[in-house]
Design a protein around this ligand. Structure first.
Ligand code: NDP
Ligand code: MG
Length: 387
């Protein structure tokens, strides 16, 4: 089998690190072509020394100097967002792992889709912000888009091989419910960033951990699923399943429900995306069937966790509104992590930003980037008024 060359965008993050772990155990199949980091140059330097990629991408010249000072081997260092785009579409790259967090990952994910790469998409925000543009590029280029968000990867595994959706009745999108699942409104008002980022089942980056606690993550994932599988929010049932053993399910017309189960370990969906349609070792522990004795299910509570409702509203109105919601949420989560606002103010900022901006038809990437900037500014102003 020909060795596949992989670009890992966001290599210093949680998904990036899990991806490198899978890649490292299959040196006969995968070689790292390029790695990107943003603030953690010490870790990027270690990974460059370990994998000896051709290229490393950093955000600034200062970061470039720091990286070069830390490196023991030589590597081409490219600087800035355009370098991420260039890597994602480079002719020597076969597989792009899009694991940058937030709308900052949009340009490079889209570039990989345009260039027809096998694209392992972790960066769900790309689809939330630019779903229509993104899916148009996927169809045009014939790129193999493989979601590695665990739920979407599970759904992909449960769908009919033919991908004919006419036999599918609905998608059951599971949610852990996060660390505050059983908190009262009063308790939610007092939660700290440290509590929010301590997810009960999955160690993840800070932003997605807060999103998971607020159910914004499930809202973003609902939009992600609508684009990926060409369905509407009404075709998706969100099921709270605190043990995170079932990663999602598909309900068929004949009464069958097909589920994908596994230990909560992101290396499983990453390995699936890398080797598809084959299966390779991921390093995940085997699922212990003792754990199955305790599988429980519940409905999401949109009163205490309004972000899920906001996401449905944003997708149903459509146009640029999901991009507005995403931008507001990124700003609100950062403000919460900096202790400028409380946890329960995150949905308030998101909703006010959504309602103060007019949704327009999506026309171009530049327009979406402008909308993103405008929504960030408005959300920051709303936070300023409160703090
Ligand atoms: P992390 O915060 O752990 O990592 C984010 C990565 O993006 C890091 O490499 C970081 O670099 C880099 N980065 C941050 N800001 C920028 C920027 N402005 N420009 C370029 N690079 C940047 O996040 P996760 O790995 O948890 O999440 C990554 C994506 O995957 C998110 O979209 C998330 O929703 C999705 N995802 C994550 C899951 C998980 O289990 N973690 C599960 C499913 C989806 P540095 O660290 O050097 O600053
Ligand atoms: Mg997920």
């Amino acid at each position: 089998m020909k060795v596949q060359h992989v670009a890992v965008l966001g290599a210093t993050g949680s998904i990036g690190q899990n991806s490198l772990d899978v890649i490292a155990s299959h040196p006969d199949r995968y070689r790292v072509h390029s790695l990107s980091g943003f603030s953690n140059m010490a870790l990027l330097a270690r990974e460059v020394d370990r994998f000896k990629p051709r290229v490393a991408v950093v955000p600034t010249q200062k970061a470039e100097q720091e990286l070069k000072r830390l490196l023991s081997c030589s590597v081409d260092v490219l600087v800035g967002e355009q370098a991420l785009v260039d890597i994602a579409s480079h002719s020597d790259v076969d597989i792009v792992i899009a694991a940058i967090v937030g709308a900052a990952g949009l340009r490079s994910s889209l570039a990989a889709a345009k260039a027809g790469k096998r694209l392992l998409l972790a960066n769900k925000e790309s689809l939330v912000v630019a779903g229509s543009l993104f899916m148009d590029e996927v169809k045009r280029s014939g790129t193999e888009l493989l979601p590695i968000d665990s739920e979407h990867n599970a759904i992909l595994q449960c769908l009919p091989v033919s991908q004919q959706l006419s036999s599918v009745k609905s998608i059951l999108l599971t949610a852990s419910g996060g660390p505050f699942r059983e908190f009262t409104q009063q308790q939610l008002e007092a939660v700290t960033p440290a509590q929010a980022i301590a997810h009960p089942n999955w160690p993840m980056g800070r932003k997605i951990s807060v999103d998971s606690a607020s159910l914004m993550n499930k809202g973003l994932e609902l939009i992600e699923a609508c684009w990926l599988f060409d369905v509407q929010p009404s075709d998706i049932e969100v099921v709270v399943h605190p043990q995170s053993v079932i990663h999602s399910m598909v309900r068929y017309l004949d009464g069958s429900v097909i589920a994908q189960l596994g230990a909560p370990d992101m290396r499983t969906p990453i390995a699936y995306g890398l080797a598809y349609p084959e299966r390779i070792h991921s390093g995940s522990d085997d699922l212990s069937f003792d754990a199955l004795l305790n599988l429980t299910f519940d409905r999401p509570d949109e009163q205490r966790f309004p972000c899920l409702r906001l996401a449905k509203e944003a997708f149903s109105v459509g146009g640029t509104l999901p991009a507005v919601l995403n931008a507001a949420n990124e700003v609100a989560v950062a403000a919460f992590l900096e202790k400028k606002i409380s946890f329960v103010q995150i949905p308030v900022i998101n909703e006010e930003t959504m309602h103060q901006m007019i949704s327009t038809r999506v026309e171009s990437l530049d327009q979406l980037i402008e909308v993103d900037a405008e929504a960030r500014q408005l959300a920051a102003e709303l936070i300023g008024v409160r703090s």
